[in-house]
Design a protein around this ligand. Sequence first.
Ligand code: COA
Length: 374
Amino acid sequence: MKYGRIAGWGKYAPPKVLTNFDLEKMVHTSDEWIVTRTGIRERRIAGEGETTLTMSVAAARQALERAGVRPSDLDLILVATSSPDYLLPPVSSMIQDRLGARCGAFTLVAGCTGFVYGLATAQQFIASGAYRTILVIGAEIISRNIDWTDRNTCVLFGDGAGAVVLQASDAPTGVLSFVLGSDGAGAKHLMVPGGGVAMPFSQRVVDEGAQYIRMNGREVFKFATRVLAQAAIEAVEQSGLTLNDVDLLIPHQANMRIIEVAARQLGMPMDKVFVNLDRYGNTSAASIPIALVEAIQQGRCADNSTVLLVGFGAGLTWASAVVKLGTLEPARYALWRSIPIRAKARARAAVGALSMRVGAMLLPLAQRARVTRR
Ligand code: COA
């Protein structure tokens, strides 16, 4: 059995920042309400010309570069999103084309939980031996499905993309265990009613504002606090580890109070919980990969750290995964390290000898130039 080592990671956040103070001018809300009820202070909003495709490609290119993998090396691209550029074609194929990859690609829809579903799916392709190198993306432009006059939803979400490259490895790294959950009975609590085949796009959709996200915040809150800790515990048990072995909990970044409840239920101190929702809000399927990338970049994960990913979202769905990170150094250093010591010593000696010979050749020229100047 092969493991899917996380060999590269990348993220993209649109430059446009929308603060709570900006929102105060748009709807009847306040920075104080948003911060105390959610923990969010600002979020990124995609600008003109930015789409799920462009953001995904930006995050993917970083992840590929970090992994030292060319797009042509990819065996599969898997994109988790609920906000694709079009209903058809799948944005995953557009990403494959833009990257210049020659492999299969598909889009996976599991609400905010999509990235963890994607990671678990990718791991299966690697474990079975079918594929060796897979790009998993979580990307979302929720802002285009938001009613910017609805204070119940518009303060919560933001846009962004995160990506990882999984590479087959014999060492037990990557996704060690996972839990996937779904409870469609709660579907109505978080949905976009219009625009699908049940209510095709029409004047009625526009009149009813059915193209926008509708959410029963209290129900989603109750659901999230019910499933998060449980899903986390199940994944940890399946991995054969204990919660004490987890170095960092990376939960879906939806609401600080939900995260705190889950951490309390798990008995995890908040310094072992990664939070960046204050700067991004809820970026749906992009939230966990963006958080993972930032946790690595900020040094919150070391080589071989064990991280616990746990998410929830529309569906209603939930998912968790225990992920063992490998070596976090850039691929170019990893390549240097992979060269045998004797070969490196020979290379250094050859470079030294070459520079001596070049120096010896240049010395008479330099002496002649000095004589001429005198
Ligand atoms: N600014 C000011 N007041 C607001 C507001 C805003 N942005 N949004 C809602 N309110 C009001 C409500 O209208 C309500 O007023 P009322 O009592 O007069 O009806 C009041 O604040 C309290 O609403 P309530 O729903 O009890 O607040 P809450 O403490 O549950 O917080 C959420 C609301 C949405 C922040 C919270 O329920 C939540 O985070 N739920 C989960 C949502 C989520 O994570 N969704 C994404 C899942 S992937």
